[in-house]
Design a binder for this molecule. Structure first.
Ligand code: ATP
Length: 487
């Protein structure tokens, strides 16, 4: 197995070689922090998205979907606080001209301290940083960087500029005339599309609080330091759900969703020791509680999903800026008063997960380099142990030979299975090579059609992870695969 520092480069190379992910517009040398998903990657990504959508809408009684536009009225972003607050503090090294996000710079230094056994010092540094960030004390942060001799990884010097705020939203012009009045933003989160449609959905869907609205869509952030492959991109996709609750019940719903979302990850077969919660100390301007579900990525534990108790901040802001009431009438009876709860602005619990980050979590956990050498010969394979429900191809059908009627039998198997799940046909190369290729793509089942098939209508089915093969009747194939891909 590649060690940690080599694991991410190995995954990036694998993604490129097998058609999962390419750098965007690669023939022009790519565009930083923008990626294209290839023939395999687009399937895997879509399967993650469909799985999330099914769990968050179809399998829920009270959550419905939405597909809002990327462009929104610019006042949306004034109301949400993004125009004024969606900033990251940044600092430049004067010698290398390299720009850093202040928290990333300090965190990297703390990691170095930990590596040299100075854990207490590292913890103190992070605590000081969080306190200063909480107060937006930039002068204090700069002196923290200087007194701790935090240096630039390129120049090695501590020659820093002052700390400045940098707004992460991309702006563009709407319509044919230029100017401030026509400025629109590419949405930095999908959540606001849900908030501005809260009443549309509630009224037309006759939804009763508590209920949720789920959405999958693109978001754009002009990240200061975009790095670590698809972990931090400038164009990415989010899968978000806003759950509207009665004021005063937000704490229990927050706990409910915190637990429910972790369960969703574990149900995919991802191991519990790769996950942990990180409760926020510094809360965003809209939140009364927030935590991250962190995943053990190849570069360490990092945020994969956020659970935020957003209070009534967003709906209240939209009510104020739009001058349109964002209230809900609750006719359930309050046992304390014996009267209906009446009108209120609901509170909101948000679950927000990056689709691309989930892709990276899944593929980095699945990637394995295995040494299969025996005394007789050296052998190895790279296998993607993807959860079968997410695998781009579920079953490959491989006739032992290109002739003698074997491809025709394979065709009949494909005709039976294709409408139900994604299949793949390959007749080139030796069976061993074809198995290896399917392992590298994460295909859970390979079916080999051989001469015995002609006699008794059985085939061998090979299991990707154990590499075990068993002889089964053709008629059993469909249900074997279907069972494995259902969770
Ligand atoms: P970070 O602290 O890593 O910048 P964040 O706290 O700003 O993330 P949120 O605003 O809570 O992130 O967004 C919700 C989710 O969207 C994140 O948990 C992450 O999975 C995903 N996400 C956010 N920014 C990016 C990005 N630049 N590239 C890919 N995914 C992202």
């Amino acid at each position: 197995m590649a060690n940690e520092s080599k694991l991410l480069p190995a995954i990036i190379a694998h993604c490129k070689e097998y058609g999962f992910i390419f750098p965007s517009s690669e023939i022009y040398d790519g565009l930083q922090a923008v990626y294209d998903y290839g023939q395999m990657g687009s399937e895997l990504k879509k399967n993650i998205k469909d799985h999330w959508w099914r769990s968050m809408t179809q399998l829920q009684e009270n959550i419905v979907g939405l597909d809002a536009a990327i462009f929104m009225h610019p006042t949306t972003w004034k109301a949400s606080g993004h125009v004024d607050n969606f900033n990251d503090p940044m600092i430049d090294n004067k010698d290398s001209n390299k720009r850093y996000r202040v928290d990333h710079l300090i965190e990297a230094h703390a990691d170095q301290l930990k590596e040299t056994g100075k854990t207490a010092e590292a913890d103190q540094l992070i605590a000081d940083m969080e306190a200063l960030l909480g107060k937006d004390d930039f002068a204090g942060l700069k002196s923290l960087i200087e007194t701790n001799k935090v240096s630039c990884s390129i120049s090695g010097t501590c020659n820093w500029t002052d700390i400045r705020q940098f707004n992460l939203m991309f702006a563009t012009e709407f319509g044919s005339t230029e100017g401030e009045d026509n400025k629109v933003y590419l949405r930095p989160e999908t959540a606001q599309g849900i908030f501005v449609n809260f009443l549309n959905v509630q009224k037309t869907g006759r939804m009763k609080v508590p209920f949720g609205i789920a959405q999958v869509g693109k978001a754009f952030r002009n990240e200061i330091v975009a790095r670590q492959f698809i972990f931090r991109m400038r164009e990415f996709e989010q899968m978000e759900m806003q759950f509207f609750v009665r004021p005063g019940t937000q704490k229990e719903w927050y706990e409910y969703w915190k637990e429910a979302r972790l369960k969703w990850h574990l149900a995919l077969g991802l191991p519990v020791d790769k996950y942990r919660y990180h409760d926020h100390v510094k809360l965003a301007h809209y939140a009364d509680a927030a935590c991250d579900i962190e995943f053990a990525f190849p570069m360490g534990f990092k945020e994969l999903e956020g659970i935020h108790s957003r209070t009534d901040f967003d709906l209240k802001q939209h009510q104020e800026y739009s001058k349109k009431k964002q209230q809900y009438f609750d006719n359930d009876v309050d046992p304390a008063t014996g009267k209906p709860y009446g009108n209120y602005i609901p509170y909101v619990i948000e679950t927000s997960i990056g689709l691309d980050r989930m892709f990276l979590a899944v593929i980095s956990h699945a990637y394995e380099e295995q040494d299969l050498s025996t005394e007789e010969k050296q052998d190895s394979r790279v296998v993607l142990k993807l959860p079968p429900v997410l695998a781009p191809i579920k079953m490959a059908v491989l006739p032992l030979n290109k002739k003698d009627g074997l491809p025709e039998i394979a065709d009949a198997i494909l005709a039976d299975c294709r409408p139900h799940f994604r299949c793949f046909y390959e007749e080139k190369d030796s069976i061993g090579k074809r198995y290896r290729r399917m392992d590298a793509l994460g295909t859970p089942f390979c079916v080999t059609v051989d001469y015995q098939t002609k006699e008794d209508n059985t085939v061998t089915i090979r299991h990707r992870d154990s590499m075990e093969q068993e002889r089964v009747p053709i008629s059993a194939l469909r249900s074997i695969v279907q069972q494995a891909i259902t969770i």
